[in-house]
Each structure stands twice: as C-alpha cells, then as structure tokens.
Design a protein around this ligand. Structure first.
Ligand code: ATP
Ligand code: MN
Ligand code: MN
Length: 379
C-alpha cells in the first residue's frame, strides 16, 4: 500500500530491517547481481543492487506488482527491470544466467576460501583455476591463511549454528577470564542481530579499566593454543592513534583494533557426534570427506577484537553490522551530518571535536537517528 511505501526512508540506518522479511524471492536475485558486480570489481553497481534489495527487506508485505514499488527509494532502472521480470515470469534471465555462469560459480568457490579476496580469485580464474581442488592440483603458491582456508574448506563452508556459537562463547569467555579477570566479552556480528546461522563467530573484548586491554590478544591466543583449541590464528596489533587516524580516516571501513582472525577447533557434543556418526562399514568413505563427523570436531572461523573501554560503544556499533547498515551509517554521518564515524570514534567536522559515547543509543542520538536495535539492523 502507498501509505507504508511513503514511510520507507532512503538510508538503511533510518529504517528497521528485520532478519525475516517477505521478499526473499526478490532480494536473493538482486543480491546475486550485487555479488557478481563485486566479482567484477564494480563497487558502485554492487552497492546499488544491495541498497535496492535492502529496501525490499524493510517492506511489511510481499511485493505483488510494480504498483507496490511506487514511491520507494533506491530502486534504479536496472533493479526495477529485474523485479518486473520476476513478478511476471517467476525468474529473471539475467539473474539465472549469472547464477549458472562459470565465472560466478568459480569466483564464489574461490572467494569462499578463507584468506582469498576478489583480486586473487580473479587472477586465478583468468589462469583457468575454478576450485580449491584446482589450487592443490596445480600447486599454487598460498600464504599461511590461504593454506588453512584450503585445508579446512569443507568445514568452513558449513554454516555455524547459534548452538555452536554459544559453545564458542563459553570457550572464549573462559580464555579471556583466565588471562584478564574482569574483562567483558560481547557476541557481535550476525549472531548479535539474531541470526540463527553465520559464516563465523565475532567477539568484542574490553576491560572497564582503560589500559588493561593493551596487548591482551597474545595472552588469549596463548591460552587457547595451550588448550589445543586453535587450528589457525593471525593477530594484528592495535595501530589506532586518535591524532592521526581520527577525522581524516574516520570513514574508512577497516578499523585498527588489536584483532585476531582465527580458526577454532570445536569439539562436537557427544549427542551430535553420535547422531552423525552412524559408523557402518559403508560410511567409511563418506566419513573420510567429512572428517568432523568421524573425528568429533569441526573447524569454525572466529574473529576476536579488543577495544579500549572508551571506544567500546563505537566498536560495538561497528562490529554488529550488517555490512550495508554500517556503510549507510557512515554515509549518513558524512553526507547528512558532516561527521566522520568509525569503529573507534565519531568526529564532528563542523565543531572540530570528538563526540564521546558510552552506549550505541548515544551515538544514534548524535547522528540525529532514531535508535535501531541490533535485531533490526539486518539491512
Ligand atoms: P556472517 O554471519 O556472514 O558472519 P556478519 O554480519 O557477522 O555475517 P562479518 O563478516 O562477520 O559478517 O562481519 C561482522 C561485522 O564486523 C560487520 O559489521 C563488519 O562491518 C565488521 N567487520 C568485519 N570485518 C571487518 C574489518 N576487517 N574491519 C572492520 N570491521 C569489520
Ligand atoms: Mn560474522
Ligand atoms: Mn567476522
């Protein structure tokens, strides 16, 4: 209806976007085109499709005709053509041919490897490589991260469930409290937004006494390593300096916290192992391919981030996502408020000062936005 359509605002951070919505038959199609544009290094086009998809996620009803789209923001000609075709024919030829294309499938398989970005995947694709197996077969030079990515490829392709994320949370909490009592740990990313599955588990760690968090990560990873819980980890030191990184860089996507990209070895519970390990003789070859079902553990990607207490609200906002929601927040801050937002700080370019915040609510208020809770940030 028109009345609701009129209320859809144009920045994703001005809207509530629930996890479950009524238009996945359209948003999945648009997101394939967005993904394909990303594979072709066309960021502008990719963001345009993602914004269009995101608007449809915020609608209170299923779209039934082009009439329903009147007055909606962010729907460009191309997106409208795709939507129209799906509404009329049930599918879009462009989307289906993209989905089937050798390039799309190969890029999806190759960028699906931990440590492989679009640039590397594209170079491999142009050399004729299509899959992780092709990399092994042709003896490609891989860095340590990519080696782990290939080694644990099958496990890392499997979605991480909320139950598994909760087990990992307990492990991380134990590790952090063992090395720094009083530290605070928060589940971030998709699981904080209420997702039931994810591609990884994200955590933010801080301590109320500023300074206590410095160089915390190596202590955490040492503890985890001693327990045999880490299959891979790469820690990067904190490199944030307010004077240098503040106003000028604040809108950059990458933050400078001490962080660790890791792969955990997750023991699967006896119950889940039992149900998966129907160990008959015929299953031996199948068990070979799915080692975790035979061995009782699986690999899980985990991101750990350590933030000073004074930046915790900004870090929380920045690591909750979704990626589009974050992008739109920064765009709103810059274009509408002349402010620079990052996961470290909010800088007011008119008053030339940093705006301090203890909570996410305060940051939304500075930005002149209605507070959107994490479960409604699934833009
Ligand atoms: P998924 O279920 O696929 O993991 P997700 O929303 O948790 O979904 P992530 O890729 O784990 O996706 O990212 C979580 C959040 O962390 C996002 O908001 C993203 O902006 C932020 N983030 C991820 N990587 C970085 C990075 N290198 N620097 C800064 N922020 C990042
Ligand atoms: Mn995540
Ligand atoms: Mn992550």
């Amino acid at each position: 209806g028109d009345a609701t359509a009129m209320l859809i605002k144009s920045y994703a951070c001005q809207r509530r976007t629930p996890l479950k919505h009524h238009n996945s038959f359209l948003t999945e199609a648009l997101e394939i085109l967005a993904q394909n544009a990303e594979y072709n290094d066309n960021e502008g086009r990719s963001v345009a499709f993602r914004r269009a998809a995101s608007v449809l996620k915020a609608l209170p009803r299923r779209v039934r005709s082009m009439e329903d789209l009147r007055c909606l923001p962010c729907l460009g000609d191309h997106s409208q053509r795709v939507i129209k075709e799906i509404l009329e024919d049930g599918s879009s030829r462009e989307v289906e041919s993209t989905r089937q294309s050798e390039q799309y499938q190969a890029m999806k398989a190759l960028t699906g490897i931990f440590g492989v970005g679009v640039r590397t995947a594209d170079r491999w694709f142009r050399e004729g490589l299509r899959s992780p197996d092709d990399l092994i077969r042709t003896g490609q030079q891989l860095n340590r991260e990519q080696q782990a990515g290939v080694q644990y490829y099958d496990d890392l392709q499997k979605p991480v469930t909320k139950a598994e994320a909760d087990v990992i949370s307990d492990v991380v909490e134990k590790a952090v409290h063992a090395v720094l009592p009083g530290a605070e740990i928060q589940l971030m990313g998709g699981f904080r937004r209420g997702k039931e599955v994810g591609h990884d588990v994200d955590f933010l760690i801080t301590h109320p006494e500023e300074g206590k968090e410095e160089r915390l990560m190596p202590k955490i990873t040492n503890w985890l390593e001693e327990q045999g819980l880490l299959l891979y980890q790469k820690t990067t030191r904190n490199s944030y300096l307010e004077k240098m990184d503040g106003p000028a860089r604040a809108s950059s996507n990458m933050d400078r916290f001490e962080r660790c990209f890791s792969i955990f070895k997750l023991q699967e519970s006896a119950a889940s192992c039992k149900s998966n390990c129907s160990a008959s003789a015929e299953d031996v070859s199948a068990a070979h391919e799915h080692h975790s079902e035979a061995s009782g553990w699986r690999a899980v990607r985990v991101d750990l981030v350590v933030s000073p207490y004074s930046q915790f609200a900004f870090a929380t906002l920045g690591w909750t996502g979704s990626k589009l929601f974050e992008r739109e927040l920064r765009r709103w801050a810059g274009q509408e408020k002349h402010m620079s937002l990052s996961s470290h700080a909010l800088y007011d370019n008119k008053q030339n000062l940093y705006l301090r915040a203890k909570t996410e609510e305060e940051i939304f208020a500075y930005l002149g936005l209605e507070y959107i809770p994490p479960s409604e940030r699934n833009a």
